[in-house]
Design a protein around this ligand. Structure first.
Ligand SMILES: [Cu+2]
Length: 498
């Protein structure tokens, strides 16, 4: 009778569960309950009881079986139909609704509608939930690593333990681009030996609207080339020093693993070339720079760039960020210079200025610029998009001193991969993101309303030091989103609102 008592309790739970009390799914679940009861009426229970059929014990089997069927039906129903309030990474292939379910059998404070059962199979936590619908209580937050994140991280934690035979890797020459261009995404799903050739040389640039400045460059540009590779790749970096001033140069890439980030292996004197190999163990967006002494001078003079290491975990070896329509490369940096000398012949101040170490020590830049020059993203090469397109900016801050407060006026970062971290869930609908010197972030925008959008460092006095860039969006007006009966009237002299 103890067993009967236990079953009886289950039956009462089942009746309660199927009584239609569920706020959202009660009627549907009740219907399934009725169907389950009707379906179970042909079943004759097997029992060791000596009591004849038709006894009260037998009659109690009906609600027990009905309850069992109801639980099964409820579990089936909930694993397919329950909705959720949670925010999973888009590439998890999960559709989310605003409804929540609280059901006594399978309480779902945050459940999910799965567009892809493949995701269910690949996610240990959800596998467990689906197998145990009574335990279907899913709580996710952007700051708590999910099991899927843990499994991704485990891939990289053990990556160094499985070195490839480099002699068997296919050889590629990296596509190197100058800002604001970005090399196309890598679609291969295997590791490669990626050859990267960087050459140092000085170059006179119009650093501000007023002054020219002799920058020290990688491949003749500030910032240096954008380098795109893939976790697990082996980068074969050759640094050739063609700087006739006699300064040594090297590469410290934050993407490389090892003391100095490669500086000691690549240090090249004038006329030298150094080659070294670096296996990429960590995905993300990283700054690289010259680390020859004195390091602050080499960085301040323009020797920096970005390296993006695409993720390589996931099925088939691919798990890059969600595809976007356009990708751009933007770096912020500071210029420290002495006052212009006076031309002895004309008596006028020179149009060319030289580096100032004291200004750098005081952390008081004369200019703060995007992509190496005040005009780089305004008059020379503003970013472009059309309405409806998604735009990704790989943003780096070379410093050397100031933290950037990156903001695009009138838009939102629909995804922010803070600190260049491409494994954690991205921030969503962010207005301003902080990027420290030597740091990076990936931000995704959506071009909704046409017009000119302004990139700024929201430490806003810096706009008067040159930290302004434009994103020009073409397309049809959207008065439903942004409109007035009056035409736009930017204030006179405004640098920000076109
Ligand atoms: Cu250098």
């Amino acid at each position: 009778m103890a067993a009967w008592s236990k079953f009886s309790n289950m039956a009462s739970v089942g009746r309660w569960a199927c009584s239609g009390r569920s706020r959202m799914s009660g009627s549907a679940l009740h219907l399934q309950h009725q169907q389950a009861v009707r379906g179970a009426s042909w079943f004759r229970p097997v029992t060791t009881s000596s009591k004849p059929s038709g006894t009260p014990e037998r009659s109690r089997l009906v609600p027990i079986l009905a309850a069992s069927a109801c639980v099964a039906a409820g579990a089936f129903y909930l694993t397919r139909q329950a909705n959720a309030r949670m925010d999973l990474a888009q590439d998890a292939n999960v559709d989310v609704s605003s409804k929540s379910v609280r059901h006594p059998v399978a309480t779902c404070s945050a459940a999910i509608r799965l567009r892809s059962m493949d995701f269910l199979r690949r996610t240990p936590m959800l596998q467990q939930s689906a197998n145990s619908p009574r335990q279907l209580r899913i709580t996710l937050s952007p700051t708590s690593p999910t099991p899927s994140e843990d499994s991704r991280i485990a891939f990289y934690d053990t990556l160094e333990a499985n070195p490839p035979d480099v002699s068997t890797l296919p050889i590629e020459h990296a596509v190197l681009t100058s800002a604001p261009s970005v090399p196309p995404p890598l679609t291969r799903t295997h590791a490669a030996l990626v050859k990267v050739d960087l050459t140092t040389s000085p170059k006179l640039v119009q650093v501000t609207n007023q002054y020219k400045y002799e920058a020290w460059t990688f491949n003749g540009t500030v910032p240096g080339p954008f380098i795109r590779a893939r976790a697990g790749d082996v980068v074969e970096l050759t640094l050739t020093n063609r700087d006739e001033t006699g300064n040594p140069h090297n590469i410290d890439s934050h993407a490389f693993t090892g003391p100095g980030g490669g500086a000691a292996l690549t240090n090249a004197d004038e006329g030298e070339a150094k080659t070294a190999r670096f296996r990429l163990l960590c995905p993300g967006l990283y700054v690289y720079h010259c680390a020859a002494a004195p390091v602050p001078v080499h960085i301040a003079n323009g020797m920096f760039g970005l390296m993006y290491v695409q993720p390589a975990d996931g099925e088939g070896g691919g798990s890059d960020l969600p595809a976007v329509d356009r990708e751009y490369y933007v770096m912020q940096s500071e210029v420290y210079h002495e006052p212009p000398e006076t031309d002895e012949e004309t008596g006028r101040p020179s149009g060319t200025v030289e580096f100032s170490y004291p200004q750098g020590l005081r952390e008081e830049p004369n200019a703060v610029v995007f992509n190496g020059r005040e005009a780089a993203l305004t008059r020379e090469a503003p970013l472009k998009a059309r309405t409806g397109e998604t735009v990704r900016i790989f943003f780096g801050n070379a410093g050397p001193n100031l933290t950037s407060s990156l903001h695009v006026i009138g838009s939102h970062f629909r995804r922010v991969y803070r600190d260049g971290d491409v494994l954690s869930p991205p921030g969503r609908f962010v207005g301003t993101v902080g990027v420290p010197p030597g740091g990076a972030a990936i931000v995704d925008l959506k071009a909704v309303v046409p017009g000119t959008y302004t990139l700024v460092d929201h430490a806003i006095f810096r706009l008067d030091k040159g930290a302004v860039g434009f994103l020009n969006v073409a397309g049809e007006a959207r008065p439903d989103v942004y409109g007035s009966a009056e035409p736009p009237a930017p204030c006179v002299g405004c640098k920000l609102h076109a």
